[in-house]
Design a protein around this ligand. Structure first.
Ligand code: SF4
Ligand code: SF4
Length: 350
């Protein structure tokens, strides 16, 4: 048995089959943390065992599975290294050496963002194919999807711009981005919101690079600020996932504004129009869960549109103020807002 003192997580070691290196996993660190610290590249996203992105094959040892995503039959071969630990003193992991390419070309080695598909949770729904305006996503009939179905999505790395529209459109979480990961966006959101009882509306703005200067300039000049506006940088509003917005509300935001460029100006063609549809869906969801649809809006910001954004933000802040502080704002309410319209994707996805 792994070394355990009363009430504490056990210390154990992981051995990497390709290098023979043995790494101790201390009580206060995850296996993922230790692997990344030592140069091993493991894709990850939610960091709490919900998405399965960090699934790694083990060759020997007994894992202590703590995720909520792996099927029983998968657990005999894989573990999620973000949360799972070991019951045995050692786990042997099937990972390539640090710096080695994962597959023929390593998307994580690129210095630009790119979409990566986990075929094993792809249902071949075609959403990503429809969302991608660069024709970088397709269904590869030679891949095996969820439950052994024939065909799964594949991304052409040379055509992919990293806009993230496909990831936001994927209903199963099968698409991860190598930069602006869901985990990174969630960390940005979490870092902005702390429980507060101030009467000033606390508003999170998801802003694309085109809109960012105007959003950063808020309120501008001598103008008083109508809200506490915190900014989450996004590569495109099309990358803003329903789950990112829900995260902001679950963390206690009084309102969320998605700030993108004007229709026809999106660098990725359809990011802002996709985002607008998503905000409409979120407004319906907000009504459904009793928070009020007025807590979310989309603002299209023209070039040099600091004044236009400030006017829109002030008007939105007034609408949010009229709804009062979010009932989730007192803290510790994450996961309370789990109601969803009929066509909704599941909320619990990393
Ligand atoms: S990230 Fe953008 S360009 Fe790349 S596959 Fe997805 S939608 Fe297409
Ligand atoms: S949207 Fe997701 S589940 Fe659907 S085909 Fe693309 S990767 Fe697969």
């Amino acid at each position: 048995m792994a070394n355990r003192e009363a009430g504490e997580a056990p210390v154990f070691q992981v051995r990497i089959a390709s290098t023979g290196e043995a790494l101790e996993v201390p009580r206060h660190k995850s296996i993922l943390h230790v692997l990344v610290e030592n140069g091993y590249r493991v894709p990850s996203s939610c960091s709490d065992g919900r998405c399965g992105t960090c699934k790694v094959r083990y060759l020997s040892g007994e894992p202590d599975h703590r995720d909520s995503v792996l099927e029983p039959e998968e657990r005999s071969q894989f573990l999620t290294v973000c949360v799972s630990r070991a019951k045995s003193e050692e786990l042997v992991l099937d990972l390539p050496a640090p710096g080695a390419a994962i597959g023929p070309r390593d998307p994580f080695a690129l210095d630009r963002p790119i979409a990566v598909v986990d075929a094993e949770i792809c249902v071949a729904c075609l959403n990503c194919v429809r969302a991608c305006t660069f024709h970088a996503a397709r269904i590869d009939p030679d891949l095996t999807g969820v439950g052994g179905i024939q065909g799964a999505a594949a991304i052409d790395m040379d055509e992919c711009t990293g806009c993230g529209l496909c990831a936001a459109a994927c209903p199963t979480g099968a698409i991860a981005m190598t930069k602006f990961t869901d985990g990174e966006v969630a960390s940005q959101v979490d870092g902005l919101l702390t429980p507060s009882h101030s009467s000033t509306p606390h508003i999170i703005a998801f802003a694309c690079p085109n809109a960012l200067p105007a959003v950063r300039a808020y309120p501008g000049g001598e103008r008083p600020s109508a809200c506490d506006l915190e900014i989450v940088d996004m590569p495109c509003t099309g990358r803003v996932d329903n789950l990112h917005i829900m995260r902001a509300f679950e963390d206690g935001a009084d309102g969320v504004v998605v700030a993108g460029c004007e229709p026809g100006c999106c660098l990725f063609n359809a990011g802002n129009t996709n985002a607008e549809k998503r905000v409409r869906w979120i407004r319906a969801w907000l009504d459904e869960v009793g928070l009020g649809s007025g807590r979310a809006c989309m603002v299209h910001v023209p070039q040099d549109g600091a004044d236009q954004f400030a006017n829109a933000a002030d008007a939105f802040a007034e609408e949010v103020r009229a709804l009062g502080s979010s009932p989730l704002r007192a803290g510790g309410a994450r996961s309370a807002a789990t109601g969803s319209p009929a066509e909704a994707r599941p909320v619990e996805r990393g």
